[in-house]
Structures are given as structure tokens and as C-alpha cells.
Design a binder for this molecule. Structure first.
Ligand code: GTP
Ligand code: SPV
Ligand code: MN
Length: 597
């Protein structure tokens, strides 16, 4: 399929190591993919769903010990340990190649090795980059088809170039003790073994488009971020684009596909989705920041997705989608997950399902300790083509992307962070991003609900030293002629009973509205220690069961809580030693002084 010597060498070397029975190049043609889906049906790797209700859709179950990203087993393998920084796990590249090479050795015996040429970004566009993933999993092939642009045309565009990311993946025997997700940023190489879970094995996504790309971006003067991109269309037809970084399972897909409440729709507001997880951002000729979504599909969290919370996401999954670790409703061969009740008005929870592990399930099913069992895994996901999304932006494939008016950070904080605040300037915004903290979710293995620092929502995804990543943000600020304003949001403040105070979802347009008004100089704000917060009257709560007093509470900045926060930030910053940009130290000192005023 190609004469590119480097590509051929990479594929041959991979085959020598893994010793597959045969090698199949993925052309991207539908007939080949359909053959592979059929093969996966025969082995049980995929389960065909109801062709009338969910045409072209499949269910996949991963191994029960393999349901989320494994941050503890994810490594950055660069020559100098300091270049990986204190947040990343590090392994010496030579040691990594030889140690994990032993695990890959012969891992594809009796199997087929698939070679997937793929493009992150529209094929052939100047902002796009090419990857080659070699894998022994049909699930990976058919998922990569949805999540990226694959096939021969990618190789045609690559030509003789050596500028491609080499990705080697083998399920091996799914041994969790020998699971490794390795990144060699200096070699443009990714090795993933003993996993079949999306985030660990769809190598174009987190591994390439964030970990490797963030390193490339630092060297080449652009940014790879864990951000959604959306356009807000105002009644006059003007569209402003916003990118937003929230940690995993903290609301990016939901915000990216937001449907405004009736009040806003009637006025003419509409939200367009450009991307729901990753943004590649560059300074355009006009000096503004321009962002593309390098992906071609959504790998979204299933639980909680319903026709009320996120109809656009649910509708995106109605054809040619793959569901992973959700429940199967055998009565009509469709899928189900917790929080889908509102899918069909009046539809009640199904009584008899097959749960994500393949066991019979009823709402009364309990585990050995008597605890209720979930039908779908909390990190069960759908893989859906972006073109299925009813609100996909007309600029989705625009080669240079869309210009950013605002950048938003956010996380899950029960108390500290107000509903929204604005940073004073670019460097203050970088500081706001760098001090982000959020409660952990089911998207990664480990405890859920523990607050941890997750700067720019990139803690698990920066492919180099986090301090240098902060410095890169500051450097980028100097290159941008017209800097977007930077904000922080928190949809997750809770009352004393632990209930979310802010309604969230579609009503988040009320906050976006304020953000854009600030960008256009249409509304005043109140200066507080951490930046600017809205006057309560300026957050439109018309039609909500919330009064101005509640909004004031949502916007409050508690001095004692924030002084505690400062302590946590100091501890976090201390790990970076001299490598931490001075600009951030200055901002932290300013914050502390402001709080003590
Ligand atoms: P990744 O795909 O892991 O990067 O996640 P994501 O950031 O795209 O998160 P997603 O939009 O899938 O939301 C994850 C969870 O947060 C779901 O359970 C949602 O129901 C919940 N959620 C999203 N937006 C809101 C909101 O505005 N308010 C509240 N309370 N919950 C929300
Ligand atoms: C995330 O965890 O941030 C995801 C899903 O978007 S994964 O692809 O598994 O990383
Ligand atoms: Mn994500």
C-alpha cells in the first residue's frame, strides 16, 4: 500500500517482534471493515445490535480488569528523567524497549496484525498529523475508523515523509500486571500492551493527540490540549468560539453539545460542536488563537447520557456506533445504562438485562457484599462518528480551525471554586489553569471522588515536564496578538446535603453568555481576590428555580477555604523546584496577598 521505507521498516520490525500469522493493511474501504466486523461477531468480540433501532451499531465488552485508563502504568520514556517531570511516571527508553519488548515478543502468534494508517485532523490539511497504529485487535481497527480518518489516502498524503507517529499495540493476554502504556516522545513512538480499553489502545487519542502532540507542540510552537471546542451562535447570527478544559468525566462532551433552554433558543441562541475532547491550537496569521479538533468521532461517557441531559450525544450514537461495557437489553437487542431512563418519555428502567460483564441483571441484583450492582460500568462509553451529531459545526473540518474568543478551565469542586470567574490577564489565566483541582472520576482506575491537582485537565496527558508545559503556556501568550480571555467554571458546587446547586447541562449557556459578554465588553464584573466574578444580577436565571441569593452563594469566594487552597498550591508547586516559571510564583504570591487584604 506504500513504498515509504520508514513505514515499511516500522511494520516489519513490529512483525518480527510480535510474530503475527499474517499482516493486513487497513485500506479504509467499507468492504474490508465489514469483513472484519463479521469476523469479530463470530468470535464474540463484537455483538450486533438491533439493525432497525441502531443500524450499524455494536456492543463490545472489555475484560473486567480493563475498563479505564491506567495512569499508574502509563510512562513517559525520555532520555532524562527530569524532562518527564515530577508528575509523570518515567522509564529510561532503552530499559523500556527491552523490558516491554519481552512482553511484545511473540504476542501476536496465531493472530493477525492490522496496520492502520490514520490522520489526526482532516487528511492532508496543514494542521494535521499522521500516525500508523499496528494492532492485533479488530475492536481497535473499527474504533479507529470512527475516531480518526484512516486508510490508504493517509499514506498517499504521507508520501516518503518520516513525520509520522509509530504506535504498536497488542492485547497480548490482557495481563494487568504486565500492562504498559509507554510514550517515547523523542522517537515519535507509542507502545501499548496488555490492554483493550479505548483510552489505552486507540493510540491516536490520548497517547498521540495529547502526550506526544503536547511535546511536539512545545518544540514547534503550538498547543495540544484536553479541550472541547464549541461555537455559540448569538441571535444576530454571529458565532464566537470557546475552548474548555475539564478533567476526564467532568462535562466536556456535555458542554460541547449543549442545547440551550427554550428561553435562549427562542431568542436565537444555538451551540455548535467542533470537538468534545481534544484541541490543537495555533497562532493564526491574524495573531489570534485558532483551534482544530484532531478527532473524527466521540468516545463519550455513556452513563447519565439521555434525551434530557444530552440529546445530541445520544442521537450521535443511533447509527454506526460502538458501545463498550454498557448493558444489553435482550428484549429488543438494544443498549442501556444508568441514567438513560429519560430516553423515551415514560419509559421505565428495564427489568431484565445482561450487565456489562455478561451476567443477567435486574434492578435488585446485588454483589457478594449485598451492594447494588450497576448494569453498565461507570466508565462505559460510546464511540460515535462526529458527523452523526445534530449540532456538528460547519467548521468541523475547516483546515485552520476556528478562532478562540475565550478559554475556559473547570473541574469538580464541591466547595472552593465559584460558578465562574475571569482571570485578570493571560498569565493570570495560566495560573488559574495551573492550580486547577478536581475530584477524580471513573475515567481512570483508582479511587473516585478524591480532590487532586489537575492543571489544565492535563495531569495524565502532558508528555513532558509539567513545569515546562506551564512555561510553554506563558511563552504562547507572548506570541498571541489578540489574546482570548481566560475563565474558570465549576458546575459542581454542592449544598449541605451534597446536591448540585447549579442545574448545569443546557443551563450552562447562561454562564457562557456572561463569559462572551465579558469578552465583548458588554458587562461589568466585581473584582475579588481570585479575579473577576459576575454580579449576581448578571447571571440570567429566568425560568430557573433559583433566586439571586443562591447565585450569590454560587459566586462566593470564601477567604479561609482559599487560604487552605493556597497551601495546597504551594505544596503542588514545590515539586517543580526551579523549573516552575517565576511568573506563576508571582501570581501565587499575589493571590495570597489579595486574600489577606
Ligand atoms: P471524558 O470523555 O472522560 O474526557 O469526559 P467529559 O469531560 O467529556 O465528561 P462528560 O461530558 O462525558 O460528563 C461526565 C459526567 O459529568 C456525566 O456523568 C455527566 O452527566 C456529568 N455532567 C456533565 N455536565 C454536567 C453539568 O453541567 N452538571 C452536572 N451536575 N453534571 C454534569
Ligand atoms: C478521558 O479519560 O479523558 C477520556 C476517555 O476522554 S479516554 O480515551 O479513555 O482517555
Ligand atoms: Mn477526555
Amino acid at each position: 500500500m506504500t513504498n515509504n521505507k520508514q513505514v515499511l521498516e516500522f511494520v516489519n520490525k513490529s512483525a518480527e517482534l510480535c510474530q503475527p500469522d499474517k499482516i493486513v493493511w487497513i485500506t479504509g474501504e467499507e468492504a474490508q471493515l465489514e469483513e472484519l466486523r463479521k469476523e469479530a461477531l463470530s468470535t464474540g468480540e463484537l455483538i450486533k445490535l438491533n439493525e432497525e433501532k441502531l443500524p450499524g451499531c455494536y456492543l463490545h465488552r472489555s475484560d473486567v480488569n480493563d475498563v479505564a485508563r491506567v495512569e499508574g502504568r502509563t510512562f513517559i520514556c525520555c532520555k532524562n528523567k527530569e524532562d518527564a517531570g515530577p508528575i509523570n511516571n518515567w522509564m529510561d527508553p532503552q530499559e523500556a524497549y527491552s523490558k516491554v519488548g519481552e512482553i511484545f515478543k511473540g504476542s501476536m502468534k496465531g493472530r493477525t496484525m492490522y496496520v492502520i494508517p490514520y490522520s489526526m485532523g482532516a487528511v492532508g490539511s496543514t494542521f494535521s498529523k499522521v500516525g500508523i497504529e499496528v494492532t492485533d485487535s479488530i475492536y481497535v481497527v473499527v474504533s479507529m475508523k470512527i475516531m480518526t480518518r484512516i486508510g490508504k489516502e493517509v499514506l498517499d498524503v504521507l508520501g516518503d515523509s518520516n513525520d509520522f507517529v509509530r504506535g504498536l499495540h497488542s492485547k497480548a493476554n490482557l495481563d494487568a500486571e504486565k500492562r504498559y502504556i509507554l510514550h517515547f516522545p523523542e522517537d515519535n513512538t507509542i507502545w501499548s500492551v496488555n490492554s483493550g480499553y479505548g483510552g489505552n489502545v486507540l493510540l491516536g487519542k490520548k497517547c498521540f493527540a495529547l502526550r506526544i502532540a503536547s511535546f511536539q507542540g512545545k518544540n514547534e510552537g503550538w498547543m495540544a490540549e484536553h479541550m472541547l471546542i464549541l461555537g455559540v451562535q448569538k441571535p444576530n447570527g454571529e458565532i464566537n468560539y470557546v475552548s474548555a478544559a475539564f478533567p476526564s468525566a467532568c462535562g466536556k462532551t456535555n458542554l460541547a453539545m449543549l442545547i440551550p433552554p427554550a428561553l435562549y433558543r427562542e431568542k436565537g441562541y444555538k451551540v455548535w460542536c467542533v470537538g468534545d475532547d481534544i484541541a490543537w491550537i495555533r497562532v493564526g496569521k491574524d495573531g489570534r488563537l485558532w483551534a482544530i479538533n484532531p478527532e473524527n468521532g466521540f468516545f463519550g461517557v455513556a452513563p447519565g447520557t439521555n434525551m434530557h441531559s444530552n440529546p445530541n450525544a445520544l442521537l450521535s450514537t443511533k447509527k454506526n456506533a460502538i458501545f463498550t461495557n454498557v448493558a444489553l437489553d435482550e428484549t429488543d437487542n438494544t443498549v442501556w445504562w444508568e441514567g438513560m431512563e429519560k430516553d423515551v418519555p415514560g419509559k421505565v428502567k428495564p427489568q431484565n438485562l445482561i450487565d456489562w460483564k455478561g451476567n443477567p441483571w435486574t434492578p435488585d441484583t446485588v454483589d457478594a457484599e449485598g451492594k447494588p450492582v450497576k448494569a453498565a460500568h461507570p466508565n462505559s462509553r460510546f464511540t460515535a462518528p462526529a458527523i452523526n451529531c445534530p449540532c456538528i459545526s460547519s467548521e468541523f473540518e475547516a483546515p485552520e480551525g476556528v478562532p478562540l474568543t475565550a478559554i475556559v478551565f473547570g473541574g469538580r469542586r464541591a466547595k472552593t471554586a465559584p460558578l465562574v470567574y475571569e482571570a485578570r490577564d493571560w498569565n493570570s489565566g495560566v495560573f488559574v489553569g495551573s492550580i486547577m483541582a478536581s475530584e477524580t472520576t471513573a475515567a481512570a482506575t483508582g479511587a473516585v471522588g478524591v480532590v487532586r491537582r489537575d492543571p489544565m485537565a492535563m495531569r495524565p496527558f502532558v508528555g513532558y515536564n509539567m513545569a515546562d508545559y506551564f512555561a510553554h503556556w506563558i511563552e504562547m501568550g507572548k506570541k498571541i496578538g489578540k489574546q482570548p480571555k481566560i475563565f474558570n467554571v465549576n458546575w459542581f458546587r454542592t449544598d449541605d446535603e451534597g446536591n448540585f446547586i447549579w442545574p448545569g447541562f443546557g443551563d450552562n449557556i447562561r454562564v457562557l453568555d456572561w463569559i462572551l459578554k465579558r469578552c465583548n465588553g458588554e458587562v461589568d464584573a466585581r473584582e475579588v481576590a481570585i479575579g473577576y466574578v459576575p454580579y449576581a444580577k448578571d447571571i440570567n436565571v429566568e425560568g430557573l428555580d433559583i433566586d439571586e441569593k443562591v447565585v450569590e452563594d454560587l459566586l462566593s469566594v470564601d477567604k479561609e477555604t482559599w487560604l487552605e487552597e493556597v497551601k495546597g498550591i504551594k505544596e503542588f508547586y514545590a515539586q517543580f523546584g526551579d523549573r516552575l516559571p517565576k511568573e506563576l510564583e508571582v501570581k501565587l504570591a499575589e493571590l495570597e496577598a489579595n486574600l489577606n487584604k
